[in-house]
Design a protein around this ligand. Structure first.
Ligand code: PLP
Length: 397
């Protein structure tokens, strides 16, 4: 037998974390890494946040799981918290980003297939280099063929447009169009924020043609950009939004948030999840939102983000052969490189104990826990500077 017991779908690296302390991860052999990846924008509160730990411990000792056949005081409370803090009127809880996007896709389709709607409107326009997850629907929603390989047939009902190109979108709209599914800031695609005109334009097109504006804020949502949700930067509201990653602070939790109008097709029996909304996940979500969903916390994220961005912009000027520009919002930043970002991120990890994540478009992602302090910011720049100074650009293959 040559297959590993852990199905070999990830090319895992040699770092094997066994413990987390605030913004650091500690490896099996005791090596300490500065974590500027946060489990890919998940560990908003770092790794040993007392409030989050206590909430999960207390809930685990009280009640871990009950069926959605019963009333859910915990789910009602967290849904109310999301409704109070967002555009939405209602929330469905699930366990991951892909499930949240799946729910969002179903909600958009059901809006049109609801009584009185136009059941021919079944297609969502999605965008080049998007990432929406790894289920069949969410890979079908992305034009990235590397995720399709081996898994055909794809699900029908997705039309791919260029990202940030309103004219391309207009050309695709027809009588089958149900709506748009878009990341306001593309994450895996390379930390690429949509322009103001694009987001305003999508909202206007949705209003004009009775389409659903569905936002995938799985990576950019939950205070990451200095707003609770990134669309707030653009002064627009979606009809439907998928959230996950940071919302559980490390505990698996996702949600699909929608307006009352957009959710008109999601009545009794239309959708479900055995674990979705279980009390343990609700306790984690509440602990996270209690911490991040307030002006003081969001202002701190904005301030730290601006400080890091300004310093990064100065720093990259010292290495014009390596770095091109910095983009993103808040603490969701990307350094676009002039060379492949992956080997550089490996160098930072293995030689300087700095954990970051590579992304598309030769980008290095800067995704620290939102609770970083001055000491971690200094350590980050020390490691990054040392890493850039010691880096030998590999020969092109
Ligand atoms: C990570 C991600 C997903 C998928 O989330 P999972 O929890 O891995 O299913 C979907 N959309 C975006 C934008 C993401 O970054």
């Amino acid at each position: 037998m040559s297959i590993t017991p852990l199905m070999p779908v990830y090319p895992r690296c040699g770092v094997r974390p066994v413990r987390g302390e605030h913004c650091h991860l500690i490896d099996e052999d005791g090596t300490r890494y500065l974590d500027f990846a946060s489990g890919i924008a998940v560990n908003l509160l770092g790794h040993s946040h007392e409030g989050l730990i206590r909430a999960i411990q207390e809930q685990a000792a009280t009640l871990m799981h009950v069926s959605n056949l019963y009333g859910s005081p915990q789910g009602e409370a967290l849904a109310q918290q999301l409704v109070d803090n967002t555009f939405g009127d209602t929330a469905f809880f699930c366990n991951s980003g892909a499930e949240a996007v799946e729910t969002a896709i179903k909600t958009a389709r059901a809006y049109h297939q609801h009584e009185g709607g136009d059941e021919n409107r079944t297609e969502l326009i999605t965008f080049a280099n998007a990432f929406h997850g790894r289920t069949m629907a969410t890979i079908s929603a992305s034009n990235q063929t590397k995720m399709h390989k081996g898994f055909r047939p794809l699900l029908r009902g997705f039309m791919y447009s260029e990202f940030d190109d309103l004219d391309a979108v207009k050309e695709l709209i027809n009588e089958r169009t149900a709506g748009f599914l878009v990341e306001p800031i593309q994450g895996e695609g390379g930390i690429r924020p949509a322009s103001q005109e694009f987001m305003t334009g999508l909202r206007a097109l949705a209003d004009e043609h009775d389409l659903m504006l569905v936002l995938d804020e799985v990576q950019c949502g939950v205070a990451r950009t200095g707003k609770l949700y990134a669309h707030e930067h653009y002064g627009i509201e979606p009809d439907i939004l998928a959230t996950a990653k940071g919302i559980g602070g490390g505990f698996p939790l996702g949600a699909c948030i929608a307006t009352e109008k957009a959710a008109r097709g999601m009545g009794f029996g239309t959708h479900g999840s055995t674990y979705g909304g279980n009390p343990l996940a609700m306790a984690a979500g509440k602990a996270v939102l209690d911490t991040v969903a307030n002006e003081e916390f969001l202002a701190e994220v904005t301030e730290k983000g601006e400080r890091i961005r300004t310093r990064l912009e100065q720093f990259i000027g010292n290495y014009p052969d390596l770095f091109e520009l910095v983009r993103g919002k808040g603490l969701m930043l990307g350094i676009k490189m002039k060379v492949e970002s992956r080997p550089f991120f490996v160098h930072l990890r293995d030689n300087h104990q700095l954990l970051m994540v590579a992304a598309g478009d030769q980008t290095l992602r800067v995704l620290p826990p939102l609770v970083i302090g001055d000491a971690e910011i200094e350590e980050f720049f020390d490691k990054l500077s040392a890493g850039a100074a010691s880096y030998a650009i590999p020969e092109a293959a």
